[in-house]
Structures are given as C-alpha cells and as structure tokens.
Design a protein around this ligand. Structure first.
Ligand code: PLP
Length: 490
C-alpha cells in the first residue's frame, strides 16, 4: 500500500511513498500529511471472523490488509508488547458503566496513558526500519506530560535510535515528571526547560527546521525524525482498538453484530478520533463520532459552526492538559477524505496564513454526518468524576470526564456509546482527589493515597515505585541552550 498527500503533490517530491518513508519523514508536499491511497474494506465478514479473536490476532489481520512494507516478524515483535499490559490476554478492557455507556480503557500500558497504545509498537517498527537502512535517527519529542514518558519507554535501549525529550520543568504532574527523569538508558536524554510547554514545543519546531542543526547532526551521521501524533506509524495502531472495542460489546451481548454505536473521544490532536473515523470507513458500524474537548474548544466550534477560528484564541491551561491544543493536526486528514486535496490545501493555507477557515454549508453538513461535539470545563468535569464515581462506581480521569457532557447532550440514549478513557486516575491524581474529597493543592503522592482510600483502589506498583526510584536525568536548562545540550548528548 502506498501513501498519498493531503495537499497535492509538489513536482519536486515523489507522488507516493511507502509506509516506511511516511514514517521517517511524516511531512508531505506543501506541509501536508500522508494518507493511505485506499483504506482496506473490512466489512462484516472481517468482524464476524474476529468475533472471538485476541487483540493481537485482530491487530495482525488488520495490519496485513494494509499491506505495509514491514516484515511480518517485526509486526509480531511490535504487537508482542501488548503482552506487557496489565492483562496480557486483553490489553484494552471495555467496562460497562451505564446501560448504554461503555468505557474502553486505553491506559493499561507501561506509562498509564493512551499514548502507549500506538507508541509501544511504533518503537519496534521505527527501530527496525532504521536498522534495515543502517541509519541512526534522533527522535525529538516535546511533551506536556504523556507523550514524553511513552516515547522514552518505547525507545529505551532500541538500536539505531536516540531520543531527546523536552519538558517544561514544573509544567507536568509529579508522576509524569518522574516517569521521564527516572528513565536511565544510554540512548535517552531528558531535558527540563525553564519555561512552559509552548517554549519546549517552539524549540523543537526551530530545531526541526534548522539547517545548522541538521548539518551538525549529519557530521555525527544522525538523521532527524519525530514521533508526533501526525505520524501514520502511530495512527495505524489507533484503528485497531476501535474495532476491538466494538467486538467487546458484541462479546458482552450489549449489541448484536451490525448494530451501530457512538464512539466518543476526548480529543486534542485528533489522532484517537481519526483512528475511529478510519475504522468506520473500513466497515465498523458507527452512528457518529462524538468529539469531546475542554475549554480549548476549537473542535466543538468547527463541528457546530463550520469555522476553524484561532484569531482571538489562546491556549488556556486546564485540568485535562493533554487536550490543551488549538491546532489539531489530524483534522486535516478528515478534510482531505471529505473534500479532496485542492480544498484541503486551500483550507489549511488559510488557517496558516489567516488563523481562520470556514466550511461551506454543504461541507459542514457532510462533516456533521460523521461528527458531533461538545466541550466541558474543569468544574463540570470534576462534577462528572464525582457523580460517576458515586452513582456508577466508576472512577475516571479528567480527560475521560469531558466525554460525559457530550454523552448526555449529543447522543440518542437508545444507541450504545463507547467512551475512550485515555489516562489512568494515577496520572492526574490531584484533580481527581479534589473532585472526590475537595482537598486542594495536594502533591501527587498524597492525592494518590487519598484516592486509593476513598475509592478502595490499589496504587499500581509501577506508579508507587517512581517515588523511590533514582533520578537519572538531572538536566534543567534555559531554552537558548537546548541545541548545544542535544549535540553534547550525541
Ligand atoms: C494525547 C492525549 C489525549 C488526546 O489525544 P489525541 O489523539 O491527540 O486527540 C487525550 N487524553 C490524554 C490523557 C492524552 O494523553
């Protein structure tokens, strides 16, 4: 299967690329993204075949149908990482919370957030491509808290790959910071920056575009790559769990095969929701995809009004920080799928140049056939956390909680909903402790223990262990010094 480009083709670039090429340099002509030329059609035959398959069997068959240029044994090795999740026989448990509401838990991997679903196998795939080409890659990551730990965990000690991970010192939770600074491997460098997430992100963008930096890397025989969420190598692994979650509902006799469901996704960069959209296009019976946001509600406004408008918007910090995003990169792939390359290029250029685009009413109608959306503020989110815990006995994190309002307001109660849970309670414990008990400004360790008591849940060993683990990564620098620090590490 080859990959084509969302903004058309620059004559100086190849018209199509392989999966490996799309992974190594994810940015296509005119700043666009790569998309599969066609999506495999799975349909009901595929769903029936996998009614009783394990997660890995389902994943293997789905990936096979994409006909990607990755050897079968590499795929097996990549998928074997799901064995390290809490329950090796089912890495993604789907839990019934209400008669018509099911939660698909995507956080049972090593770093307790949904980034592991894609980054765990992605690490094996990228490293194998690098080895095959006899190249060395530097992966740059800037993180507000979830991507960093997941990227470090997956690339730790892998051949032909080094990682430099930038995080805002003081801008992540204690658990997130400890997950990064306790990672000890010769191919990993974690760098705290005196600044906020945007400083880390901007520094990364500068480095990715810097000719002098690339020249310095070349001298060391290193090429630059990124593991961010526009990379199709991540998206492909995010299609599988939507199909799996649907089949779980069939297995639990909650729906019959063929019955439509809502997929309700707490969204930031739209990778998770895009995986659901592709699963739907490939034949999964979906009523609609519901996009849930926090106060950074640009996706709600796009889906309700057809306007992507950043002219008077600034990112605000919320209780669901992994969704504090205004430029939601993967929306572009949906635009391409619905409206084609010429229109996508026009819309995306308008967004880049004027911070704004507006869909026609016909285009908006098409978008609304697929999506609905709503957003929820931090106080509402905390109320949903408390209420769902007290009424339904289910504890959710602040990202997942944004789905509760859109569940109430956007879905027909006669149709079952699958809400995607993107983080474990352990990762955002101060907000959850505040929601449950009213306690304020608690440190993670105190909050973890109080939730553990109130909710009668055990703190997982891998989280508790972080607080006594040795700090291996001690670098904290000014943002001006990032480039020299990275070169020193290499
Ligand atoms: C990354 C992340 C999200 C957003 O996912 P996208 O695929 O970027 O939309 C939501 N919740 C958590 C906890 C995350 O880490």
């Amino acid at each position: 299967m080859n990959f084509i480009q969302t903004r058309g083709i620059d004559p100086n670039k190849p018209a199509t690329v392989t999966f490996s090429e799309a992974i190594l340099s994810p940015i296509a002509s005119f700043g666009g993204l790569y998309v599969p030329k066609t999506l495999p059609n799975l349909g009901e035959e595929f769903l029936n075949k996998h009614k009783n398959s394990s997660y890995k069997e389902l994943a293997k068959d789905m990936l096979d149908r994409f006909e990607i240029d990755i050897d079968s044994d590499v795929i097996d090795e990549a998928l074997a990482l799901y064995d390290g999740f809490d329950d090796s026989s089912n890495p993604v448990p789907v839990v019934k919370v209400k008669e018509n509401l099911f939660v698909s838990e995507l956080y049972h991997g090593p770093t307790r957030a949904f980034k592991d679903m894609a980054l765990q196998p992605f690490g094996v795939v990228l490293s194998s491509i690098a080895q095959k080409r006899n190249d060395n890659y530097l992966i740059l990551a800037a993180t507000s808290g979830d991507t960093g730990p997941a990227a470090l965990e997956t690339f730790k000690n892998r051949a032909n790959v080094q990682v430099a991970c930038l995080y805002p010192d003081g801008g992540t939770s204690d658990v997130q910071r400890l997950q990064m600074v306790t990672e000890d491997a010769p191919n990993l460098k974690v760098i705290g920056i005196n600044g906020v997430f945007d400083d880390a992100q901007n520094a990364l963008k500068r480095l990715l575009a810097s000719e002098s930096f690339k020249a310095a890397l070349k001298e060391k025989n290193v090429s630059l790559s990124a593991a961010n969420s526009v990379n199709f190598g991540r998206i492909i692994f995010q299609i599988i769990y939507h199909i799996h979650s649907y089949l779980e509902l069939v297995r639990q006799d909650a729906i019959t095969m063929g019955e439509k469901v809502y997929l309700n996704v707490p969204s930031g960069n739209f990778g998770n929701a895009l995986g659901g959209y592709y699963a739907w296009k490939m034949g999964l019976p979906v009523e609609k995809i519901i996009i849930s946001s926090n106060e950074n509600n640009v996706l709600t406004r796009l889906i309700k009004d057809g306007k992507y408008d950043l002219r008077n918007s600034e990112v605000v910090s919320t209780t669901s920080p992994a969704m504090d995003i205004l430029k939601s990169s993967n929306v572009e792939r949906v635009l391409y799928d619905l409206f084609g390359e010429a229109r996508t290029k026009e819309l995306m250029m308008s967004l880049e140049e004027q911070n704004f685009y507006e869909l026609t009413s016909d285009e908006l109608a098409k978008l609304q056939e697929c999506f609905d959306a709503d957003w929820c503020n931090g106080e509402e989110g905390k109320r949903y956390i408390k209420e769902t815990f007290e009424k339904d006995g289910y504890l959710m994190d602040p990202h997942t909680a944004t789905c509760m309002k859109s569940f109430e307001r956007c879905s027909n109660p006669a149709i079952k909903s699958i809400i995607y849970s993107t983080a474990e309670w352990t990762k955002f414990s101060p907000v959850i402790a505040n929601a449950l008990t009213g306690e304020e400004d608690t440190q993670d360790l105190v909050a973890l223990e109080s939730i553990s008591k109130v909710a009668n849940l055990e703190i997982p060993a891998m989280v508790k262990g972080l607080f006594s683990k040795e700090i291996a990564q001690k670098t904290i620098i000014e943002k001006e010094d990032i480039e020299s620090e990275i070169l020193k590490f290499l």
